[in-house]
Ligand binder design. Structure first.
Ligand SMILES: NC(=O)N[C@@H](CC(=O)O)C(=O)O
Ligand SMILES: [Zn+2]
Ligand SMILES: [Zn+2]
Length: 350
């Protein structure tokens, strides 16, 4: 029987295996929201221009360290943005020297700032081969970009048309399918015993497509991959709370100013860094699976990335509803915080 009376939970400090920190004023504003609870994060490289080379990653890491709150004990894990011109030697050097932890594959045009992504997957074959050789993981935005494919089907089609062929040609390549949103992806990852894992976001455990579209359009819930129907959300929750080592947290916290979200063509991204741990505890508690939160948020990710879990812990306590700001201020304008749509009773205590 799950322990429904649990009101306190101590877990290893969590990590975020998929995070957008941006740059400049936005970086300074959002970084403390992640360093407050998280030990490490895989930092996405989709800046403009993107973080492509070892040299770019070193410079970006320096800017992140320069924005770090004074008391933070946080390690950014850098990624390189895979382009058709990426040099395998540069990638291998970045990995060997600890500059980059993973490489990120964006199909060209799939999401925010992905114009420099890959069109012809054969062109990046030498990079992928080298990564398999050295054991460097590939993070994948798993959606096809073909305008003829319905946006709600783009993840499932990606699995068949792109991911399976890549895995067939290169079974030794270690791949993380980022921000999975479908039962299809959950099943595929679950049925694959080796070299494949998936991250799941906080918001995809909570919203389905009705939250975006029913009773009015809610731009702050619009992200990519777009949230799917309820049965898919349920499959994601089951995967997350299962303890299966192949599923772990990647918040995909992706801040955009309200001005950029609330326009005629609003951009994709949900900003969940400030309240993610409270949201997750609520989801795991509702499922009667609180003890599995540690595997999802703190253990499975490091295991796949072949890193030790964080040495210290955080404690969550259940009580009166938590208050959190509905937006944070940045020098570029306000950024709205993810609204789970229900009260949060779990808070991280010191
Ligand atoms: N998830 C999103 O909706 N947006 C991300 C890009 C991404 O992770 O695909 C962003 O950079 O804003
Ligand atoms: Zn993505
Ligand atoms: Zn992302």
């Amino acid at each position: 029987m799950p322990d429904r009376d649990l009101t306190e939970l101590t877990i290893r400090r969590p990590d975020d295996w998929h995070l957008h920190l941006r740059d400049g004023a936005m970086l300074r504003a959002v970084l403390p929201e992640t360093t407050r609870h998280f030990g490490r994060a895989i930092v996405m490289p989709n800046l403009v221009p993107p973080v492509v080379t070892a040299r770019d990653a070193t410079a970006y890491r320096t800017r992140i360290m320069g924005a770090m709150p004074a008391d933070a004990q946080f390690t950014p894990l850098m990624t390189l943005y895979l382009t058709e011109d990426t040099d395998p030697d540069d990638v291998a050097r970045a990995h060997a020297e600890g500059i980059a932890t993973a490489v990120k594959l964006y199909p060209a045009g799939a999401t925010t700032n992905s114009a420099s992504g890959v069109r012809d997957f054969d062109k990046v074959r030498p990079v992928l081969d080298r990564m398999a050789e050295i054991g460097m993981p590939l993070c994948v935005h798993g959606e096809v970009t073909d305008s003829a494919v319905d946006i709600f089907d783009r993840e499932a089609v990606f699995i068949d048309k792109v991911l399976k062929p890549i895995r067939k040609k290169n079974p030794d390549l270690r791949i993380i399918m980022e921000h999975v949103t479908t039962e299809d992806a959950v099943d595929y990852v679950r049925d694959t015993p080796k070299n494949l894992a998936a991250t799941i976001t906080t918001h995809h455990l909570i919203i389905n497509r009705n939250h975006i579209l029913a009773g009015g359009i809610r731009p702050h819930y619009y992200c990519l991959p777009v949230a799917k129907r309820e049965k898919h959300r349920v499959a994601l929750v089951q995967a997350a709370v299962s303890g299966d080592v192949r599923f772990f947290l990647g918040t995909d916290s992706a801040p955009h100013t309200d001005a950029r979200k609330l326009q005629e063509c609003g951009c994709a991204g949900v900003f969940s860094a400030p309240n993610t741990m409270s949201c997750l505890a609520e989801v795991f508690d509702a499922a009667g699976k609180l003890p599995k939160l540690e595997a999802f948020a703190s253990l499975n990710g490091p295991a796949f990335y072949r890193l030790p879990p964080n040495a210290d812990t955080i404690t969550l306590r259940k009580g009166d509803p938590v208050t959190y700001p509905d937006h944070i201020a940045t020098d570029d304008g306000p950024v709205t915080v993810f609204d789970p749509g229900f009260p949060l009773h779990w808070r991280v205590v010191d």
